[in-house]
Design a protein around this ligand. Sequence first.
Ligand SMILES: Cc1ncc(COP(=O)(O)O)c(C=O)c1O
Length: 395
Amino acid sequence: MEYESKNIVKKYQAQTFPYPSFLDIDYTKGSYIFDKKNKKYLDFVAGVSACSVGHANEKVIEAVKNQLDKYYHVMVYGEYIQEPQYKLAELLANHLPNKLSTSYFTNSGAEAIEGAIKLAKRITRKSEIISCWGSYHGSTHGALSVMGNEHYKANYRPLLPDCNKIIFNDINSINNITEKTAAVIMETVQGASGFIIASDNFLNILKNKCLETKTLIIFDEIQTGYGRLGSLFGFQQTNIIPDILCIAKGMGGGMPIGAFISSFENMNKLTHNPKLGHITTFGGHPVNCAASFATLNYIIDNNLMSQINAKEELFRKLLTHKKIIKINGKGLMLSIDLVNKKERDNLVENCMKDGLLLFYFLFNENSVRVTPPLTISNEEIKFGCEIILNNLEKL
Ligand SMILES: Cc1ncc(COP(=O)(O)O)c(C=O)c1O
């Protein structure tokens, strides 16, 4: 049976990763995934940071079911009043500064980035977009154009013109930002490079340079979003309020949704000249907006953000071993740095055999991703870290 399903997947489902684990999912609950043989896996990946409030979260399921019973798709985005959309937009506005009052909902993170790049050009009437080496912003053409890794771009060129780079956390390279630059797009914690935190000094100098050159700041908080760092978004722990905020992944609690967010005035630019400056059929799908609304309320009602620091500390305390070079990242966005790719692969594979799911980074071959649901308990953290330590011992 397993052999059969694997072969059907291989034959009919396009695969872009050559060595998938082919974990055959049966059902999920909380911090656990169960496979078709009823083997239980503690999930330290959370759908690559997407399942923020745990698997099969009751509040998310209730919201989705209620919305499904009322209506699901009715019309392309923005034409009709759909309660789940405006309630989510209002809730977000209530938790964000005035400068970020107005949301455009999308289907994914990459589409949020596409919208943000277009909006930045529209606001500034400039075309240069600067991003950071080591950044990941998604896999569509615009997002790929601002990706900070040539290996993943080379075979898809030509990409967008006028996309240039600065070095993340290198204050000298900030000089590449000039009057010609429409926007700088960056993550507050670089995901694909192994959870590298933007330094305060870098951000402060960048902010001043952007003010001086009339350059917008776009923060990609697609992976940090909805509380993973202990605040709703990463920028709330910095001195910068971005001009445009991109969110997705964890905001849906496991359902597909994204958004680019800016001021009312900025967003209004998409309404005229031409009208319909950004169009999506399914963006802001009411079922997914309802899921996102439930996710955000669940995080707030259960004080999940106030527990993140303590959970991070517990991970850091437990994950001390001679094979670990260091733990990068912040909050529940942590990476275990090992000495090489072989050790990393062995650790991920052996932990999986022992019922713990870990994962990789796109641009960093020596590190292991730890991004559990925000709802992970201290007991589960201890249990998972024990599996990691046992397997580090065997490396
Ligand atoms: C920081 C960041 N930006 C953008 C994206 C793209 O989001 P999506 O996969 O929903 O298109 C991701 C996804 O991993 C991400 O981590």
